[in-house]
Write a protein that binds this ligand. Structure first.
Ligand code: ASP
Ligand code: MG
Length: 462
């Protein structure tokens, strides 16, 4: 069971989490994984930024904010003796954090490695407190950091990848043994160690990943990701009032949805679960009775509708590179993508017609000017590319569903519904996996396009 930051944002909530875990322990063995409390990770990122600029005073302010937040959370540890231990451990960790941050402040330099070290404290604090709250309820638990639990990663600080085979071996040896001895291990999400034992992190939202890595290694029966939403939904409820929680979806559908920014899921997190065929449940800590979303191999039974969910991706921009000389010339798209990659710009969507005279790309809006400058420098004047055009007021609509594969007529229904609202489609992409159809509209039309498709497929009804 992994608990997200919002479910640990107050002492009350942490108590609730501890009671919940205890209630499930009657019939289960559980490994508990915790995110940082509330927005602590964001706060730590700000802390690194201020330290790097040498802002002593602001650094001290942020540090005392972090300290008082966690002092408040200590109320969740109701047993006085346990609370003394936990609070001493946290004081010790706060000293370590302060030392690291002062180092950054003096040097005015933060490496990815030192940044990961600083970010790791969010999970260290919250997990200590949760384990104290569990111990206060008489649960036999023990606190472990990701590395101590056996999660070994490469040294790609900030977005490290687990070395799965070593990890599996180590986790079994360490956490597996604790389970056999009757412990309920409480483990920090998000953080791990490289082979030298240096702290790494798995990327933002990485606690989900920790949970599935542990589940894979321990051959768990299920992974439960507890957060503050009822599950993955057919559409964003702010756009479509009637949007519904999806009770069952497949791994592939969930990965598509995570990539398109559906709340509450780290895209890579599903890989280990999928490899080991371990079902993943998304549950709401504030609505424990609700079934949530079950992500598994089968998804919903066959015969259900082809389209499962419609997502809207905002804050995007469209780039179009044109040139008659691009036709039949190998390497043009490689040049374009290579230029963007070297500039650190992620391409979200690509489309090129068979005439090859233009190629359109979707990127994050904030990267637009960087992208245009880089492409102009690299491509104009080569004689191959005649123009680079862009629009910054577009949105991407993604229609997701495994049942689209091999079902004729989905595109016609989707685009028909959008056309019926008088909305113009600017760009289209569908991979041959047929798991999703993505298309681009003017930003002002985005919400309406989502509603049109939701209605066309009656996604509000089961
Ligand atoms: N605390 C980390 C983050 O905010 C990891 C997580 O929450 O899963 O990104
Ligand atoms: Mg978080």
């Amino acid at each position: 069971m992994k608990f997200g930051g919002t479910s640990l944002a107050s002492a009350e909530r942490i108590k609730h989490v501890a009671e919940l875990v205890k209630s499930y322990l009657k019939d289960n063995e559980i490994v508990v994984v915790c995110s940082a409390a509330g927005d602590t990770t964001d706060t730590l990122i700000t802390l690194v930024e201020k330290a790097r600029k040498g802002r002593h005073e602001e650094v001290e302010e942020i540090l005392s904010g972090i300290e008082s937040l966690h002092n408040g959370l200590l109320d969740a540890v109701t047993d006085v003796r346990v609370r003394e231990d936990v609070s001493e451990a946290i004081r010790q960790q706060l000293r370590e954090l302060r030392r690291a941050v002062l180092g950054i402040t003096y040097l005015r330099e933060a490496t990815p490695r030192s940044t990961d070290y600083v970010l790791s404290f969010g999970e260290k604090f919250s997990t200590r407190i949760v384990s104290g709250a569990l111990a206060s309820l008489g649960v036999k638990t023990t606190y472990l950091e990701g590395g101590e639990a056996g999660i070994v990663t490469d040294s790609n600080f900030g977005e490290a990848s687990p070395l799965m085979e070593v990890t599996r071996f180590e986790v079994k040896r360490k956490v597996g043994r604790l389970l056999e001895e009757g412990y309920t291990p409480t483990i920090t999400g998000f953080i791990a160690s490289n082979e030298e034992g240096v702290t790494t992190t798995l990327g933002r939202g990485g606690s989900d990943y920790t949970a599935t890595i542990l589940a894979y290694s321990l051959e768990a029966d299920e992974v439960w990701l507890w957060s503050d939403v009822d599950g993955l939904m057919t559409a964003h409820p702010k756009i479509v009032k009637e949007a519904r929680v999806l009770e069952k979806i497949s791994y592939n559908e969930a990965i598509e949805m995570a990539l398109f920014g559906a709340k509450g899921l780290h895209p890579r997190a599903l890989e280990p679960a999928m490899n080991a065929r371990i079902p993943v449940r998304i549950k709401n800590i504030f609505n424990v009775e609700a079934p949530g979303t079950l992500i598994s191999e089968q998804g919903a039974p066959a015969g259900q509708r082809a389209v499962k969910a419609v997502l809207l991706v905002n804050d995007t921009a469209m780039l179009t590179v044109r040139g008659a000389s691009m036709v039949g010339r190998p390497g043009t798209s490689a040049r374009i993508l290579d230029t963007l990659a070297r500039t650190g710009i992620n391409v979200m969507m690509i489309s090129q017609s068979v005439s090859e005279s233009s190629i359109s790309l979707i990127i994050r809006r904030e990267k637009l000017h960087k992208a245009v400058t880089a492409l102009e420098n690299a491509l104009l004047g080569t004689g191959v590319v005649a123009s680079i055009e862009y629009e910054d007021d577009v949105s991407v609509v993604a229609v997701v569903g495994e049942g689209m594969k091999g079902t004729p007529g989905v595109a016609s229904r989707v685009f028909g519904a959008v056309a019926g609202r008088g909305i113009n489609i600017r760009m289209i992409a569908q991979g041959s996996s047929e798991l999703n159809i993505s298309f681009v509209v003017k930003e002002n039309d985005g919400a309406e396009a989502v509603k049109a498709i939701h209605e066309e497929y009656k996604l509000e009804s089961v």
